[in-house]
Design a protein around this ligand. Sequence first.
Ligand code: PYL
Length: 274
Amino acid sequence: MTRLTNNDVKDISDNLGELEKFLLEKTGRTIKKLACEAVGMWEYAIDVKEYTVAVVPVTTGEGVISRFSESVRDICKWIGFEAFVTDSADISGFREATERMADIIFMADDEEFVAYNLKARKCANNSMSTAKAYIAALAASTDLLVRKDVLVVGAGRVGSRMAKLLIAKGANVSITDIDHEKSLQVQRDNPRVKAIEDVGEAIRSHKYVLNASPGHIDTCNIMEGAHISSPGVPHTFDDEAYEKAEVIIHDPLVIGVAAMAMESAYFSYLGCRK
Ligand code: PYL
């Protein structure tokens, strides 16, 4: 998993309004609505104010990213949750979260990022939630993706999940990666997915692109009028790319975290409907 930098995260809280304005203009959805569509729930099925989110800083591996926990807290508050960052980190922070009666606990080390719902005893994870959220954003930027040719760039954790989810949505899915063996593995796991070895050619021939790779996409390869949904970090699209594409949807953390929060809360709703 590519690790966010302090620079990726530092302005997230201050830019939530700007991102929401962009999403409303390009997809007709708010951050919360997009997150709900990503997880397949009606926006008003649950009253998010009833859920308290705790975000626990985690010091393992390369350690804490400045303002990462505060950004996750602010994203959850933006979509209506009660949310706080624990004063302590790691296990002490987890204990603090339980003592402060959190319903959902967010924690991220360098490998995993989860939103654990204590009542439902289930985790939402960033890779799956981000895959769902950016597919929802791409779908909302056009009409449905059914029978559309969609390319996934990057056959890692997010890209491989995107390919599987897109097949279920009826799209014609191709996947490409600089490591063609990774694309072939996704094709073996999902026979309806087509692995394309030439990354440049794959991008040049697709109007609908989900970019789940940390690699740079050359502007010369972008199709005029392309719809690009791009959670990948680092985000290296230049002004010319934004000119050439119809839309490029990106943020380093917000849409994925919003989908994690809604998905985690939804576990309780689904559980209590027994
Ligand atoms: C969740 C992000 C999205 C892309 N890469 C993932 C990443 O950067 N993971 C590392 C997160 C580390 C957080 C650190 C903290 O501040 O608690 N342990």
